[in-house]
Ligand binder design. Structure first.
Ligand SMILES: Nc1nc2c(ncn2[C@@H]2O[C@H](COP(=O)(O)OP(=O)(O)OP(=O)(O)O)[C@@H](O)[C@H]2O)c(=O)[nH]1
Length: 388
């Protein structure tokens, strides 16, 4: 999870996407709030147009510009509050509001040429807002800020009545604002990603089993049994579980040692993790050498096919011992249980499935190991069968 020190973004693109997704709700509410706040202030500053120019054609033109900004920024704020925006859409809204506000600001500056020193101060405040308060990608915010600064300096050279020394001082101050704005924004980007990095490490440690990388019992109880399996496949009409237990694992430990036992466990976990659908199915280390696979949206036939594939793959896989001298082979027994969610009326189907799969797995052990026992829980006539 390396962070680029210039852009403040994660170097690894999927990690950056995960970070942005994780922050999206917060980003949208911050975008909505900041743009609303800026819209109100931008309109409020019409009072200064009136004070400087009085009622007249130019003042009305400036009012038109301020209303254009209010409409753009206000619509973007409304969108940010009301809609779930994608990351690029939220960035587009931020950049559009910033671009329109700064363009209208240049128009205001040109129509009030006697006050370029005040305009420089206003621009500096706007740049701080662009760099730090409106959530946007750092490279977009800094491009907008630098372009606005250059345009403003050119306009000041053309329209202002400031002395050359004042113009120079103003230019230097704007360079300073951009530099500190960029540095502060970059630091903020960096720190929020560091925070995400720590959060991810803690989350991983809290949810995963250290040895195999599978989900742990806490995740099963807090998340999956709490209903998360449904979030993983909202339209699922069936739910299945496969409970797997490595056969005669004690013997492997006793014969080859715990280190090699661990290698077998890791190898089995890897086979399970590779076989399931990422982001939909979950592999849980249920006990020492027992693993649970939760399959939302998979019916009994699908779960049986998967279990058979797992059984055959594991039985055919050789695990190289820690010293590289021995090749270990093991088998596993499987209990597969499934429900049709439309027919199954109990409140916690997962709990019922796990307890059924547990019994089935023990039946598979009793019936000779390296085999699968299955049960369809839903429906008036329960059918059970054995495979292999
Ligand atoms: N190496 C290693 N062994 C573990 C771990 N967790 C549990 N075990 C061992 O797994 C073994 C499980 O043995 P049993 O419950 O008797 O089952 P089994 O030998 O697999 O026999 P059957 O399940 O009846 O086929 C025990 O010896 C535990 O010490 C672990 O993380 N690493």
């Amino acid at each position: 999870m390396e962070i680029n020190s210039l852009t403040g973004e994660f170097v690894h693109a999927p990690t950056e996407r995960a970070f942005l997704q994780h922050k999206q709700d917060q980003t949208q509410s911050l975008l909505g709030f900041t743009l609303t706040f800026c819209t109100v202030f931008y309109l409020g500053f019409f009072a200064t147009d009136l004070a400087a120019l009085g009622w007249g054609h130019d003042t009305m033109a400036l009012l038109g510009a301020r209303i254009a900004v209010a409409l753009t920024a206000g619509s973007c704020a409304w969108l940010a509050y009301r809609r779930v925006l994608s990351v690029p859409a939220a960035r587009l809204a931020a950049s559009l509001a910033e671009g329109v506000a700064l363009a209208c600001f240049m128009f205001i500056a040109v129509l009030r040429p006697a006050e370029f020193h005040w305009h420089a101060m206003s621009l500096a405040i706007m740049l701080v807002v662009v760099y730090l308060y409106i959530p946007n990608r750092l490279r977009y915010a800094s491009t907008i800020a630098v372009v606005a600064t250059i345009v403003f300096v050119v306009l000041a050279a053309e329209y202002s009545r400031m002395s050359s020394a004042d113009k120079f001082t103003m230019g230097m101050l704007l360079v300073l604002v951009n530099t500190f704005g960029f540095l502060a924004a970059r630091r903020f980007q960096y720190v929020s990603r560091e925070e995400f990095r720590s959060w991810s490490v803690l989350k991983h440690a809290a949810e995963r089993d250290h040895l195999t990388g599978c989900f742990n019992r806490r995740y099963l109880h807090d998340q999956l049994m709490g209903g998360r399996w449904r979030e993983r496949a909202p339209d699922a009409d069936s739910l299945s579980v496969v409970l797997c237990d490595i056969d005669r694992f004690k013997q492997i430990n006793d014969t080859h040692g715990h280190g090699d036992g661990d290698m077998v466990l890791r190898g089995f976990a890897r086979i399970l993790q590779v076989a399931v659908r990422d982001g939909v199915d979950s592999v849980v280390r249920y006990g020492g050498e027992e693993f649970l696979v939760v399959l939302p949206g998979t019916d009994l036939a699908g779960a049986l096919r998967l279990a058979e594939r797992l059984r055959v793959t594991f039985a055919a896989t050789e695990v190289v011992s820690t010293d590289g001298a021995t090749r270990l082979r093991a088998t596993a027994s499987f209990g597969v249980a499934s429900v049709d969610l439309a027919q199954f009326t109990f409140e916690h189907p997962l709990r019922h499935l796990i307890s059924a799969a547990d019994e089935l797995m023990y039946r598979a052990k009793h019936n000779g190991r390296d085999r699968i026992e299955s049960l369809q829980l839903a429906g008036p006539a329960r059918k059970s069968g054995a495979v292999r």
